[in-house]
Design a protein around this ligand. Structure first.
Ligand SMILES: [Zn+2]
Ligand SMILES: [Zn+2]
Length: 100
């Protein structure tokens, strides 16, 4: 059976069953499957790392004085449209007019 990944023709012993009852084999040999599993694992680790980095780097300091973490653009819109933000901005405006 030819492995669809490394294209080596290998014995069936080098393939695992995807479904043992129906005698369905994985299309990748065990070696390739292991390799892809490692790559997937590394990818997941990297994604986790990136997420943590983003957490640190995407801190937005808003004009209302609130600091928040923003991963996506819609987080900004969500904050700007939030009552908290509007109330804080309004209180600033009121504060300014009172002092004039
Ligand atoms: Zn292979
Ligand atoms: Zn704000």
């Amino acid at each position: 059976m030819e492995c669809t990944k490394c294209h080596n023709v290998k014995n069936f012993e080098e393939f695992s069953y995807k479904n043992e009852n129906e005698k369905i084999y994985y299309l990748y040999c065990d070696l390739c499957r292991k390799k892809t599993q490692i790559i997937q694992f590394k990818y997941k680790e990297k994604a986790k790392e990136n997420y943590n980095l983003k957490k640190i780097n995407n801190i937005v300091e808003c004009e209302c004085g609130i600091t928040y973490v923003c991963f996506r653009n819609y987080h900004i819109y969500r904050h700007i449209n939030s009552k908290k933000h509007k109330n804080l901005l309004n209180s600033f405006i009121n504060f300014d007019t009172k002092n004039k």
